[in-house]
Design a binder for this molecule. Structure first.
Ligand SMILES: Nc1ncnc2c1ncn2[C@@H]1O[C@H](COP(=O)(O)OP(=O)(O)OP(=O)(O)O)[C@@H](O)[C@H]1O
Ligand SMILES: O=C(O)[C@H](O)[C@@H](O)[C@H](O)[C@H](O)CO
Length: 736
């Protein structure tokens, strides 16, 4: 792709845990189903594996007692047979049930797990806590649930849930507070009882459970898909108002009069276009961009002033700077009774935000929080420190060689402070392509506007799309504009860059290099670091925190089991699935027929053979990650680049895993050759894998070079370990 206007990524595409592009890919997963299904059939035939026989439980899916209310939600409601009143319900929130709904075997397996497993807390592992559990139901242990003639003993369910139920001390229904609690736990390092005890919030939570899993992705499901019903997640609606925030992907939302937009990033405005016929509320800059870039009509937008309350439908609303991208704001809602709700949108907490007169400690009732980096692993320097570091680097380079092109990566809107600071320090102009020129001119920054030029040879500070900051693409950029530079410096400011130079003032690392081009990564984030988030919350002391990013991901790891043939990946995964009740994805079921045939014939797979297969598996990983749902994936993942493709969907080593920290664990099982050979020969008659391939597998095998290199990949030497011991080692690491 040549560097040009289209190469600008929107910020969410590149900087969030779950990118919108990845979601688009996620949404197309269903189109692979047929191919996947035929692969599965084939593998099944080859393996002659025996699947559980169908049971009458298959039929219950047709019963009115079970409501598949949404694609991903299954509610089982216990009704009092005498009064017809619903006493309680247990909800599962799992996509697997939905996507496999037509495949009876899977549905049956799920439900029998649900009802008959005696092991502890089977559902907690795979789904959410029950949402509406009334205290009195805990004592009614003799009740039964009728499902098409099956009497399911409530005792069994209660015994499975007893731990969770005993923790449900409130006499009224409570929401599944897993997420909020985990935030408190993260921030204060101790569990704090959620104060989500008012009726409004409870209703929001229970509504959520009738809808999709909140944990979906960054900000709810996006993109268009006919088979995916999109409901506005509860955390986008402000309880007690007719307001929603950043919710344009859900059509006309029932009961909503005012559609607030926090900033102009596509994961927030997604769904907004010239046909929008409701009323959007935002600040001047964001409204400018909505009009010019999306064609939203002025009559459908209300521009609100910053830093002062304006009454909207009976509620006072103040817009406060969010310190994210230009035009980003937080919303402070003040109710007639004085109650305050703060919605941060995406924000970077900083001391100047805390000094705002409208933000006082102990006054915020609920904060809707940008939890992008709410994990203590995410520590990075302040924006000022990083900018200073970038300015110093550029100045040094230009001093050494004045014929150096400085190419700074940006999003459509975002990271402006970096190139602006560089241009100010060098007192020069900034070259931008035409579209970016128009956008930057709408940001109401006079100095920035004055510096912009669309003439490439007027300055050596050039702005390029973030995706174009690679040596070959920067070279293409220079060639395209016939620039006569002897050296190119790429500046890539992103929160995902881990600074290798720890300590000191040099907050950058070399990301990639060619003969005359060096790309430097800068940990410049427009989201709060963990410490900033913590300081912000500690200062405001809100009564309640509602996370808006990566919701539902807490403790939902994805476990990948790799290694050469016969190391025990499948055996381990199957056992782990039984113990944890997680979904299990067997990579062999995703190999195309051609790959299976080759392996059966003893012909080793090539990189080209493995690439589409690894990408398909990556989609699965993405899907589970987006849903915040655990799963186990087996995949040989023999070398680093295969693992890179599996985890990141690309072989580009510069792309860091955009999986949230803590979300996945990769285990490489190893065994001596003679043990492997023996196993392969023993199972030869029942498996397609040709033992002759063992040596090529061992040759291709590349274990992580170091902990730093692949921090989430663990090598387990399985020599002499029983299957249970392998499982135990894994469970210790994943703490499940
Ligand atoms: N810990 C173990 N101890 C002894 N035998 C084991 C152990 N784990 C697995 N096996 C046996 O080794 C063989 C290979 O195991 P398995 O099929 O799980 O490996 P795999 O890594 O999934 O292989 P492949 O990649 O070829 O599908 C099987 O016959 C299995 O029963
Ligand atoms: O990357 C590969 O070469 C393959 O994934 C193999 O590892 C086989 O599929 C597996 O070993 C057979 O089960």
């Amino acid at each position: 792709m040549a560097t040009g206007e289209n190469s600008y990524l929107t910020e969410d595409e590149a900087d969030h845990h779950t990118s919108s592009s990845s979601l688009k890919r996620f949404i197309t997963i269903s189109s692979d189903d047929e191919e996947k299904e035929s692969n599965k059939q084939m593998v099944k035939r080859q393996r002659a594996s025996s699947l559980p026989k169908a049971s009458p439980l298959q039929l219950i899916n047709k019963q009115p007692m079970i409501r598949n209310t949404r694609q991903t939600s299954l509610s089982i409601i216990r009704t009092d047979v005498n009064t017809g009143e619903n006493k309680w319900n247990l909800n599962t929130i799992t996509t697997q049930i939905t996507t496999k709904q037509s495949k009876k075997k899977t549905t049956q397996t799920k439900l029998s797990t649900f009802f008959s497993s005696k092991s502890s807390s089977p559902l907690v592992r795979t789904t959410s806590l029950p949402t509406v559990v009334q205290k009195e139901s805990i004592t009614e242990k003799t009740d039964t649930v009728s499902l098409e003639g099956f009497d399911i003993d409530a005792n069994e369910i209660f015994s499975q849930w007893s731990d969770e139920l005993s923790n449900t001390s409130s006499s009224t229904p409570t929401k599944p507070t897993v997420d909020c609690k985990s935030i408190w736990k993260q921030i204060f390092n101790k569990p704090v009882k959620s104060k989500a005890d008012d009726q409004e919030l409870k209703q929001q939570w229970s509504k959520l459970d009738q809808e999709q899993p909140a944990g979906g992705n960054h900000h709810g499901f996006r993109g268009s898909t006919s088979d995916m019903k999109r409901n506005c997640p509860f955390y986008k609606k402000i309880p007690g108002t007719t307001f929603c925030v950043d919710a344009f992907n859900f059509g006309n939302i029932d009961g909503i009069q005012a559609y607030f937009l926090s900033h102009f990033h596509s994961d927030h405005y997604g769904g907004l276009n010239k046909k929008f016929s409701n009323m959007l509320y935002s600040n001047q800059i964001t409204c400018n961009l909505c009009k010019s870039q999306l064609g939203v009509r002025p009559e459908n937008m209300t521009i609100l002033p910053m830093n002062t309350f304006t009454n909207v439908h009976g509620i006072d609303v103040a817009l406060l700077d969010a310190n994210h991208c230009p035009g980003s704001n937080m919303f402070l809602f003040r109710f007639p009774n004085g109650k305050l709700i703060l919605h941060t949108g995406d924000f970077r907490a900083a001391s100047h935000l805390m000094k705002h007169p409208l933000l006082q400690p102990n006054q915020i009732d609920t904060i809707y929080l940008d939890t992008t980096y709410c994990d203590s692993h995410y520590r990075f320097p302040s924006q000022d420190e990083v900018i200073q570091s970038a300015v110093e680097l550029v100045s040094e380079q230009l001093e050494q060689n004045p014929r150096t092109l400085i190419a700074v990566g940006t999003y459509l809107v975002g990271k402006e402070r970096v190139f602006h600071a560089i241009a100010k320090a060098l007192d020069c102009k900034i070259f931008v392509e035409a579209r970016k020129f128009r956008i930057l001119n709408q940001l109401e920054d006079d100095d920035l506007s004055k510096r912009l030029t669309t003439k490439p040879d007027e300055t050596n500070v050039h702005i390029v799309g973030m995706g174009s900051v690679t040596p070959p693409m920067l070279q293409t950029h220079a060639d395209k504009h016939s620039l006569k530079y002897t050296k190119i410096i790429g500046i890539k400011p992103t929160g995902w860059t881990t600074p290798r130079a720890t300590g000191g003032t040099k907050h950058y690392s070399i990301e990639s290099k060619s003969s005359n081009t060096t790309v430097y990564g800068f940990p410049y984030s427009e989201h709060s670091s963990f410490d900033e988030l913590k300081a912000f919350i500690e200062y405001l002391k809100p009564k309640r925190i509602i996370p808006t990013v990566n919701v539902g991901r807490a403790n939902m790891p994805i476990v990948i089991i790799g290694g050469v043939t016969a190391t025990g990946k499948t055996s381990t995964a199957k056992k782990l699935k039984e113990l944890l009740h997680w979904d299990y994805i067997e990579a062999d079921e995703y190999h195309p027929q051609a790959n299976i045939d080759k392996m059966h014939a003893g012909i080793a797979l090539t990189d080209e053979d493995r690439l589409p297969w690894l990408l398909t598996l990556h989609k699965q990983l993405e899907k589970y990650s987006a849903l915040g749902q655990s799963c186990i994936i087996t995949c040989s993942a023999l070398n680093k680049s295969y693992r890179q493709i599996l985890l990141c969907g690309t072989a580009d080593p510069n792309v860091q895993a955009k999986m949230p920290c803590g979300d996945f664990y990769l285990f490489m099982l190893t065994l001596p050759r003679d043990v492997l050979h023996k196993r392969l020969v023993q199972r030869q008659s029942e498996h397609f894998m040709n033992p002759r391939l063992l040596d090529s597998q061992l040759q291709t095998l590349e274990l992580p070079a170091s902990k730093e290199d692949e921090p989430r990949t663990h090598v387990i030497d399985c020599d002499g370990l029983s299957p249970d011991e392998v499982i135990e080692t894994i469970r210790k690491i994943i703490k499940q």
